[in-house]
Design a protein around this ligand. Structure first.
Ligand SMILES: [Zn+2]
Length: 191
């Protein structure tokens, strides 16, 4: 039986929403399969494929659904040939169940903050529990760059962004740099 009051939307092409949008800054509710139809998706696989296509086209190595305005508790990570030989995961209802004591500094960027790069210290390893694009329960032991992507995207599902980890001074400096870069690009496009 279908709910006659359930609003079915046609699938929209993915596009990044503002980093200040409340959807980016709010924790995402748990995912269930019946939510997919509300945004015009037929299954998890279709959503995963669309997200990967969009992310790779945008030059990303991780993307969470709320960054493109979708209400699903899911992120994708990987797909870069130099990181874990191109490993890709689609993590529905993700949960980090443990992290290593050892922390490392890695420079992070984010599709929601064009050209903003911040050196951030986080645990080197983490263990992630999630459901994959087939609904199967999985556990991934992540290390290095892949663990970093997973922790960054996990934060997005909680409504947090990487800018929270930088001091105001560092953030101001990195923002200035990003704006400069954007200005230069805009000029290049005009000529
Ligand atoms: Zn991000």
């Amino acid at each position: 039986m279908t709910n006659p009051n359930m609003k079915m939307k046609e699938k929209q092409p993915l596009k990044l929403i503002s980093a200040r949008d409340p959807r980016v800054l709010t924790m995402i509710a748990p995912f269930s399969d019946d939510m997919l139809a509300l945004e015009g998706y037929k299954d998890r696989e279709e959503l995963s494929k669309d997200m990967f296509d969009f992310m790779i086209k945008s030059g990303g190595i991780g993307l969470t659904a709320n960054q493109v305005g979708l209400p699903f508790n899911v992120f994708i990570a990987g797909g870069h040939p130099k990181i874990e030989r191109g490993l890709r995961i689609t993590a529905f209802n993700p949960k980090i169940i443990s992290t290593s004591k050892e922390e490392i500094m890695i420079k992070e960027g984010c599709l929601s903050f064009p050209f903003l790069f911040l050196n951030i210290k986080r645990p080197r390893k983490c263990v992630l529990q999630y459901e994959d694009e087939y609904g199967k329960k999985k556990e991934s032991h992540c290390d290095g760059m892949f663990a970093r992507i997973v922790q960054h995207e996990m934060d997005h599902t909680l409504g947090r962004t990487f800018t929270e980890y930088a001091s105001k001074l560092k953030l101001d400096m990195a923002t200035k740099k990003a704006l400069k870069h954007i200005k230069i690009l805009a000029k290049q496009r005009q000529t």
